[in-house]
Design a protein around this ligand. Structure first.
Ligand SMILES: O=C(O)CCC(=O)C(=O)O
Ligand SMILES: [Fe+2]
Length: 271
């Protein structure tokens, strides 16, 4: 079962504090309260709906080579459950990525070329989970976000995955589960600690991230994590979270002709 490792919640100021940096270095993640207001949360959700409408209408299967995951909402309506590069389809989302506060996090990467990957990796990812009869997306197996770099044949450049949480969660709603400290591990452990995307079992050492809407989290690209399924179903299980890649290394923008990365096939097991 999930342990009650009660980790500290921080506030994001003008600069990271030594305590925040030390926590990140030791555990590989940080949780900041109240990054955006409830009103901003609503606007961002509306923006994702706008993108969803465009993609459902046009039957968009991939954006810049990255497959878009569809499912059915509780009322049977077709919805997007995993967006990639959503920022390229909505001005509000594009603007959000320019929030100067994301730059405060660059210090965690310790690399002079740290940047928000607006047109790299998967761009702005939005996950919309709902636990209902026809939802295709209610959980996600154990993985690290850095594996894709290994598959792409490049070395693992420092990578942060910055989560902006748009739903109020309790532990019963499932959600992000992290294995603290696993960002400092051997390559073997990085590759084989668990079976990528296939393993869903809770880990005795995992930590449950329980955010309120508007909170921000950061995790290291090498940290093992999963998304637990909600133990309640229906409307109460709805969970939306956006992920912003903060990356380093050679600039590698994606475009409409980009090939589908091999690791995306692994992610197919993600149910
Ligand atoms: O939904 C989440 O909180 C995490 C999703 C995730 O790990 C991913 O998309 O790589
Ligand atoms: Fe992930």
């Amino acid at each position: 079962m999930t342990t009650a490792f009660d980790y500290p919640r921080f506030e994001l100021g003008e600069a990271l504090t030594p305590e925040q940096i030390a926590h990140f270095q030791r555990w590989g993640f940080l949780h900041f309260k109240n990054f955006i207001s409830a009103e901003r949360v609503e606007r961002l959700i509306a923006a994702t709906r706008n993108v969803e409408r465009q993609w459902v209408d046009a039957n968009v299967e991939k954006v810049n080579g990255v497959p878009i995951k569809y499912g059915r909402d509780l009322d049977g309506r077709k919805i997007v459950q995993r967006f990639a590069f959503a920022n390229q389809y909505d001005a509000e989302l594009a603007e959000f990525l320019k929030d100067p506060r994301f730059k405060t996090l660059f210090a965690l990467i310790g690399s002079a070329d740290a940047r928000v990957g607006a047109d790299e990796k998967d761009g702005l990812v939005v996950n919309h989970y709902v636990h209902g009869p026809d939802s295709e997306h209610s959980r996600l197996g154990w993985h690290t976000d850095g594996l894709r770099d290994i598959f792409l044949g490049s070395r693992l450049n420092p990578l942060l995955n910055v989560g902006v949480h748009l739903s109020n969660l309790g532990i019963e709603h499932g959600g992000l589960r992290l294995l603290p400290g696993t960002h400092q591990q051997s390559l073997w452990q990085f590759l084989f600690r668990k079976r990528y995307f296939r393993d869903h079992e809770p880990d005795i050492d995992e930590v449950a991230i329980i955010p309120a809407a508007g909170d921000l989290t950061v995790h290291d690209g090498r940290l093992w994590h999963r998304v637990a399924q909600s133990t309640v179903s229906g409307e109460a299980s709805r969970r939306r979270v956006m992920y912003i890649p903060v990356i380093s290394g050679a600039y590698a923008p994606k475009h409409a002709q980009s090939a589908t990365p091999f690791y995306q096939r692994l992610a197919k097991f993600a149910k």
